[in-house]
Design a protein around this ligand. Structure first.
Ligand code: HEC
Ligand code: HEC
Length: 299
C-alpha cells in the first residue's frame, strides 16, 4: 500500500467508526441574528479582521460573491475548491441563514443541512471566535445586497466525500494539540486580544503553522512556518512599532515587502484599529515563545 492508501484507509475506518456518534449537530445557541446598525458595523469589522474577503471577495468586486479558486494538495489528493458566494442570494448564496447556521458553520464546520465543510474554510481557527463576533459578521453579511453568482462545485477525487470530515474533525480535536502557553502578560487584556486575533479571527496559523500527514495543524509548532508555503513568524529583532508598521504596510523589520498571499492578509490587517494592531504586536513580539526570542525588544 502506498502512504496515500494507508492514510485513506485510516481515515475511512475512523470516519465510519465515529459516524454514528457524530451525526447529530453540535448544540449551539439559538440566538437570533442581530439586525441593528451597530451590530452590522461591528460585523463589517469582524469581516475584515477575519480576512473573510481574502477568500470570498474576488479582487475588484464589492461583495463576497465567491468564485475564487483554492488549489490544495491534501492528504487525500489534489483538490480544487471554488469558494462559495456568501451574499444573501437565496439560490446561489446564503439567503435565509439564521444565527444558529452561522454558529454551526464558523465554529463547527457544519452546514445548515448538517453536512460537513472542508477545512479549506478555516473553521478550525474560527472555532474559537466569540458567539457575538460570529453573529455580528452574520448580521453584516445578511445586510449586504444579494448577488446572484453561481459558483462551480469543488473538484476532488471521487473517493473523497464530506462525511470523512466527521472523523477528521474529531481526530483534529485530539491531534492538533495545544499551542505554547503565553506566560508573561497573559492576563493583560491587550495580550488576550492579541491572542484572540492571531489564533482565532486572523487565523495566522492556517498558513504559518505546520500540519501533520492528515492536514491537521500542529499547534505545538505554532507559527513555525511551512516548507514551500510560508516562513516562520519570527519576530526576533522586531520592535512592537515595527510589527504594527508591518500590519499596516507589509514591510518587515529588514525592509522587505511581503508579496503573494501575505499581501492579501496585509490588505485586511491594515484596516484594523490601532488598538488591534497594537494587540497583535504585543502578542507576536512578547518576550516568551519558541520562535520569538524578542525579550530585548520591549522599549
Ligand atoms: C482561506 C479561505 C477562506 C476564508 C479566510 C474564509 N472562508 Fe468561508 N469558506 C471557504 C471555503 C473554501 C468554503 C467552502 C467549504 C466547503 O464547501 O466545504 C467556505 C464556506 C463558507 C460558508 C458556507 C457557505 C455555504 O454556502 O454553505 C460561510 C457562511 C463562510 N464561508 C463564511 C466565512 C466568513 C464569515 C469568513 C470570515 C470570518 C470566512 N468565511 C473566511 C474559504 C474561506
Ligand atoms: C494565506 C496564507 C497566510 C496567512 C493567513 C498569513 N500569512 Fe503571513 N505570510 C504568508 C506568506 C506566503 C509569507 C511570505 C511572503 C513573502 O515573503 O513575500 C508570509 C510572511 C509573513 C511575515 C514575514 C516573515 C518574514 O520575516 O519575512 C510575517 C511577520 C507574517 N507573515 C505574519 C502573519 C500574521 C501576523 C498573520 C495573521 C494576521 C499571517 N501572517 C497570516 C502567508 C500567510
Amino acid at each position: 500500500m502506498t502512504t496515500k492508501q494507508i492514510t485513506l484507509s485510516v481515515i475511512g475506518v475512523v470516519a465510519l467508526g465515529v459516524l454514528y456518534a457524530v451525526f447529530g449537530l453540535p448544540s449551539v445557541s439559538d440566538a437570533e441574528l442581530p439586525t441593528d446598525v451597530e451590530a452590522i458595523a461591528r460585523g463589517e469589522y469582524v469581516y475584515n479582521a477575519g480576512g473573510c474577503g481574502a477568500c470570498h471577495q474576488p479582487e475588484g468586486t464589492t461583495a463576497p460573491i465567491g468564485g475564487y479558486v483554492i488549489e490544495a494538495e491534501s492528504p487525500f489528493g489534489a483538490n480544487t475548491f471554488h469558494v462559495p458566494n456568501i451574499t444573501p442570494d437565496p439560490e446561489t448564496g446564503i439567503g435565509g441563514w439564521t444565527g444558529k447556521d452561522f454558529l454551526l458553520a464558523l465554529k463547527h464546520g457544519r452546514s445548515p443541512g448538517g453536512s460537513f465543510y472542508w477545512p479549506a474554510f478555516p473553521f478550525r481557527s474560527y472555532k474559537d471566535m466569540t458567539d457575538q463576533d460570529v453573529l455580528d459578521v452574520g448580521a453584516y453579511l445578511m445586510s449586504l445586497p444579494a448577488v446572484k453568482n453561481e459558483v462551480p462545485d469543488h473538484e476532488m477525487p471521487a473517493y473523497q466525500f464530506r462525511l470523512m470530515m466527521a472523523g477528521w474533525n474529531i481526530m483534529a480535536g485530539f491531534m492538533e494539540g495545544t499551542p505554547p502557553a503565553v506566560v508573561e502578560g497573559a492576563d493583560d487584556p491587550q495580550m488576550q486580544r492579541g491572542i484572540y486575533l492571531a489564533r482565532a479571527l486572523g487565523h495566522c496559523g492556517e498558513c504559518h503553522t505546520p500540519r501533520n500527514g492528515l492536514g491537521m495543524l500542529q499547534m505545538s509548532q505554532e507559527f513555525a512556518g511551512v516548507e514551500g508555503l510560508s516562513p516562520a513568524i519570527d519576530t526576533a529583532g522586531w520592535s512592537t512599532d515595527e510589527f504594527v508598521g508591518f500590519l499596516q504596510l507589509g514591510m518587515t523589520a529588514s525592509f522587505d515587502f511581503v508579496g503573494g498571499e501575505m499581501a492579501d492578509v496585509i490588505e485586511h490587517t491594515s484596516l484594523l484599529s490601532e488598538a488591534d494592531q497594537a494587540a497583535y504586536a504585543a502578542f507576536f513580539t512578547r518576550g516568551e515563545g519558541e520562535s520569538s526570542g524578542a525579550a530585548d525588544n520591549f522599549e
